[in-house]
Design a protein around this ligand. Structure first.
Ligand SMILES: Nc1nc2c(c(=O)[nH]1)N[C@H]1C(S)=C(S)[C@@H](COP(=O)(O)OP(=O)(O)OC[C@H]3O[C@@H](n4cnc5c(N)ncnc54)[C@H](O)[C@@H]3O)O[C@H]1N2
Ligand code: MOO
Ligand SMILES: [Mg+2]
Length: 426
């Protein structure tokens, strides 16, 4: 075969599509989420499968906000001109106890923070604003200030009324949401099962992480990086060992994984090199190739295909491109399957933290770190951010989006960033 033949080969004729179009194409193949029930203590970070409504108001009883005395506020109207009003104390109410005494004019009940306010009382006076006197075996509380009806009482349903929406479908469950579920007694939580993602790295040069270095070979870092990104997106990664650059061997592993997992993500072998086997794999018969070139950098050769109904993300082997491909394409698919209302990472308008002058034909996603200067958010591009560079991924909390054709950019120019989640910075 002549080399010139090669350049007429399909391998080199790739039609580049925009990132947005690539996202649209993979999003058309999101699998429906499956509901499962998990116990409350295991619900952290999971995504709610259905909207939940309040089964009762909260609080469900009138609650004292202070340690003090429950009174009839009208009794205190004579407190003006520093006159002390004396009320007979008829009960003591700790938390969890419900008094059967009706508080009428001239009476009071000692009450603790969080306890149910007795019938008849319409205000609580804090302990520090009272004094005590005993007379003929009775205890009297003295008040010197007028109190308004409702003072220091949290009304029924102050936070939520019965039937109100507690949490939307697709909500990710953090500390505040878990507190809501516990408060309303929702101990079995309906969540979407974590999307299962097979992670396969291709490359005959790859050593496993516990192997000593060998000449010309490197350790497989992409599989472990991808697993973290998948977990942060809400999925469950399954790391396969790396497969050598052999289209048949890799094909078997990929085909098998497509049958058994919601999605398959591979790294490496998508460019035009002689051993770039993923490129060959997706050119086979029966494969619905969604794209094999995107107008973005890094990751221009990022590929996706549907094979036997399963969605394959074939990401570039270069760590920078692999990272970006996962954030921009796999993450929204996982989040959509989980029912998240906003599956894409947020975009912010910020200021550029340093001059940037790389010329681009494609949209460039530059690793960067946000910082505040004089109350404004700046994004400082990483010193080294080539696709092949691994080390600056850890230092980045955002990607600066530089549209194609952008000329020289100067420090403090307005730019757009994609804010990343997770990582050592958060
Ligand atoms: N003639 C051309 N060569 C290249 C082009 C091109 O357009 N024409 N594109 C370049 C660009 S851009 C990229 S990006 C890479 C894409 O390469 P592949 O996706 O085919 O990936 P590999 O060749 O398998 O590996 C690239 C690089 O990454 C290392 N690697 C691979 N897997 C892992 C892993 N699991 N952990 C860590 N590092 C990994 C691998 O050893 C290579 O160094 O192609 C350019 N070339
Ligand atoms: O695919 Mo490469 O990462 O565009 O630089
Ligand atoms: Mg290659």
């Amino acid at each position: 075969m002549k080399y010139s033949d090669d350049y007429t080969n399909d391998k080199f004729k790739r039609r580049a599509i925009s990132v947005e179009e690539a996202q649209k194409r993979v999003m058309e193949h999101v699998r429906p989420g499956i509901t499962e029930i998990v116990p409350l203590p295991e619900a952290q970070g999971r995504f709610l499968a259905e909207p939940l409504h309040a089964p009762h108001p909260y609080p469900h009883f009138r609650r004292s906000g202070m340690d003090g005395y429950a009174v009839v506020s009208a009794d205190t109207k004579n407190c003006k001109d520093d006159e002390t009003v004396w009320l007979r104390v008829v009960d003591e109410i700790p938390c969890g106890y419900v008094s059967d005494r009706l508080i009428t004019s001239g009476l009071a009940a000692r009450i603790m923070t969080g306890a149910q306010v007795p019938e008849g009382a319409d205000a609580v006076v804090m302990l520090e604003a009272t004094r005590l006197r005993e007379e003929a075996g009775d205890v009297y509380v003295g008040l010197k200030k007028i109190v308004e009806p409702g003072n220091n009482i949290t009304p029924v349903g102050y936070e939520l009324q019965e039937g109100e929406l507690l949490l939307e479908k697709g909500t990710r469950l953090g500390a505040g949401e878990i507190s809501v579920l516990a408060t309303f007694g929702i101990h079995s939580v309906p969540v979407i099962r974590k999307p299962r993602v097979a992670v396969i790295s291709t490359g005959s040069e790859l050593l496993s992480v516990d192997e000593p270095l060998q000449p010309g070979r490197i350790r497989n870092s992409n599989s472990f990086m991808l697993a973290v990104q998948i977990r942060e997106a809400g999925g469950e990664p399954y790391i396969f060992g790396s497969v050598p650059d052999d289209v048949k061997a890799a094909g078997r592993v990929v085909m098998d994984a497509l049958q058994n997992f919601d999605y398959v993500v591979t790294s490496g072998g998508v460019s035009v090199g002689d051993y770039d086997i993923m490129g060959d794999l997706v050119r086979q018969e029966g494969v619905d190739l969604l794209f094999n070139k995107i107008t973005m950098r890094p990751g221009s050769v990022t590929t996706a295909a549907v094979i036997n109904g399963g969605l394959l993300f074939a990401l570039s082997g270069n760590p920078g491109a692999c990272f970006v491909g996962c954030e921009l394409l796999l993450r929204p698919v996982i989040r959509t399957m989980l029912g998240a209302p906003q599956p894409f990472l947020p975009r912010w308008q910020v200021l550029l933290g340093a001059d940037y002058n790389r010329v681009n034909n494609y949209t460039r996603f530059v690793r960067a770190r946000t910082e505040i200067r004089d109350g404004r958010v700046y994004a400082v591009p990483a010193a080294v951010d080539e696709s092949s560079v691994m080390i600056s991924i850890k230092d980045s909390d955002c990607l600066i989006v530089i549209p194609p054709g952008t000329g020289q950019l100067e420090e403090a120019d307005k730019i757009e960033i994609i804010k990343l989640e997770g990582g050592g910075w958060s």
